[in-house]
Ligand binder design. Structure first.
Ligand code: FES
Ligand SMILES: [Fe+2]
Length: 341
């Protein structure tokens, strides 16, 4: 091997970048035949049968302030108002969003010990006080969850978390968006990886689903994440749905092996037109053995906005996809009723 080839081999071994010129759209192989309507519907049906145990993601764990600035926040899940707060030990609490006295919204209320104090007249609320009943809550370090009665679901003590990389070696960032569709439309978008290179050519190319490694429960694909027109980072990734409201992408090989992107779809309720509204919470939990990544970890605060901006860019398109899917199902497509929620 010549010196030049040796140097090139060294550079290649150390860098995840590969020359992967962006193919022009007309040169792409059509993928519609692979993105079989029946196959996607069957995968979605299987996903929807996976019991989420009544657990709903309600936001980032960092959304709920801790002492000394502890106060309540509110969320809506499936049309139900919820208040969330942290007790003096940092534990996450959740309960109805309305005060049992005169119905005040328990938003930005002070916290004393484990109790939230209503801002209207100071009623101190915690499980069992004044008829107030808390809901089980769970903080996984990245996301906050609440368990609610959910039709067809058997309550479990904790949400079934997908396998994540060691938190000591990760940078986690969460994107939250809202869209006019049902949770199933968000999951269905991710169960169709074949749209990747066509619909997001600026982000993905060289995308092929490895049928021999895929099965009914897991899609395995090879894809290049684009870094401009010439360079890209090839990886191997899988998608699986641990429960009816979650789909997880795991990097199996290549840069960031072990990193996961968890997409959680939480029903919010309906808008004025009676259309479903879903909140998307997407946690990117990145890891890498590279020295550069380890050096970046202390600066995670600076990196998180970049991860969130990338997720937001992709979701601009995928929101259109999910909302359009919902509109078609509602018979709205083509009759001028389609608009963003
Ligand atoms: S409304 Fe909450 S204490 Fe009166
Ligand atoms: Fe997409």
């Amino acid at each position: 091997m010549s010196l030049r080839d040796k140097v090139l081999a060294q550079v290649r071994a150390r860098s995840p970048l590969r020359v992967r010129p962006e193919p022009p759209l007309p040169a792409l192989t059509p993928t519609w035949a692979d993105a079989s309507v029946r196959r996607i519907a069957a995968a979605l049906e299987r996903a929807q049968r996976r019991d989420a145990g009544g657990w709903f993601v309600v936001g980032r764990s960092s959304d709920v302030p801790d002492a000394p600035r502890a106060e309540s926040i509110t969320r809506v899940v499936a049309g139900r108002e919820l208040a969330l707060w942290r007790g003096s030990d940092g534990r996450l609490h959740a309960g109805p969003g309305a005060c049992p006295h005169l119905g005040a919204l328990l938003d930005r209320c002070p916290v004393a010990g484990d109790m939230v104090l209503c801002r209207w007249h100071g009623m101190a609320l915690a499980d069992g006080r004044h008829g107030y009943r808390e809901h089980p809550a769970y903080d996984d370090g990245v996301l906050a969850w609440v368990r609610l009665p959910a039709e067809g679901e058997t309550p479990t003590p904790a949400p079934r978390l997908p396998q994540r990389p060691d938190p000591e070696r990760t940078i986690a960032a969460v994107y939250v968006g809202r869209m006019r569709c049902e949770p199933a439309d968000v999951i269905a978008n991710r169960l169709d990886p074949w749209h990747g290179a066509w619909f997001h050519p600026y982000a993905f190319s060289h995308l092929t689903v490895d049928e021999s490694a895929s099965d009914a429960d897991r899609l395995v694909l090879d894809v290049t994440f684009r870094l401009g027109r010439t360079f890209g980072v090839p990886v191997r990734a899988s998608f699986h749905t641990p429960d009816s409201r979650t789909i997880v992408m795991t990097i199996l090989d290549g840069e960031g092996t072990g990193s996961v992107v968890e997409t959680h779809a939480t029903p919010l309720g309906t808008d004025r037109d009676g259309a479903a509204v879903t909140v998307l919470t997407e946690a990117t939990i990145a890891t890498s053995d590279r020295l550069g990544f380890r050096m970046l970890r202390p600066a995670a605060r600076l990196v998180r906005p970049l991860i969130v901006r990338t997720a937001a860019g992709l979701w601009r398109d995928d929101q259109d996809y999910a909302e359009r899917r919902y509109a078609v199902r509602r018979g709205e497509a083509g009759i001028g009723k389609v608009r963003r929620g």
